[in-house]
Design a protein around this ligand. Sequence first.
Ligand SMILES: [Fe+2]
Ligand SMILES: [Fe+2]
Length: 192
Amino acid sequence: MVQKKLIKKKKSNKITSNVLKTDRQILEEIIRVDHAGELGATKIYPGQISVFGKNSEIGKTIQHMADQEQEHIEKFEELIIAERVRPTALLPLWNIAGYALGASTALMGEKTAMACTVAVEKVIGDHYQEQIQLLELDQAKLKKTIKKFADDELEHHNIGISHDAENAPGYKFLTKIIELGCKTAIAISKKI
Ligand SMILES: [Fe+2]
Ligand SMILES: [Fe+2]
């Protein structure tokens, strides 16, 4: 299903002077949604740190991920200006939702906070992999950036797993709900 969708989307990419050019609409959607997602991510981890404290063991681990999210958002802030892409109108909502998600899962305990990380990073990581397929050679630089960020998100996902996320109470239900929320946010932020 996902593969079919990708093939359909890729077909809209055009060959210009022998280089397959990424469709402008696809490019805009990628930058818009990644900017929104990374902004949300820069709020989730501070939300969790506000509960655990930045000097706690887990707080330091989360801070490492937060620092990488900061790097990610700075890159997309740059791209949104350079490529003249309209940011999503829902940025204020993702700001609040991100922080609330981080703080509320942290209040349920360390394992639940890490379960949140596993769910969010899985969706973002998969989404980045899809985007890598959609970008053509004219966007080689962006492709490289997204590959690097996808590696960071995978690292975050694995940090969650290694911190016993899967033993959080109601792990399966909770991660499904968070994944669904993230996928919905992605679908909306591409367009609006
Ligand atoms: Fe990120
Ligand atoms: Fe991440």
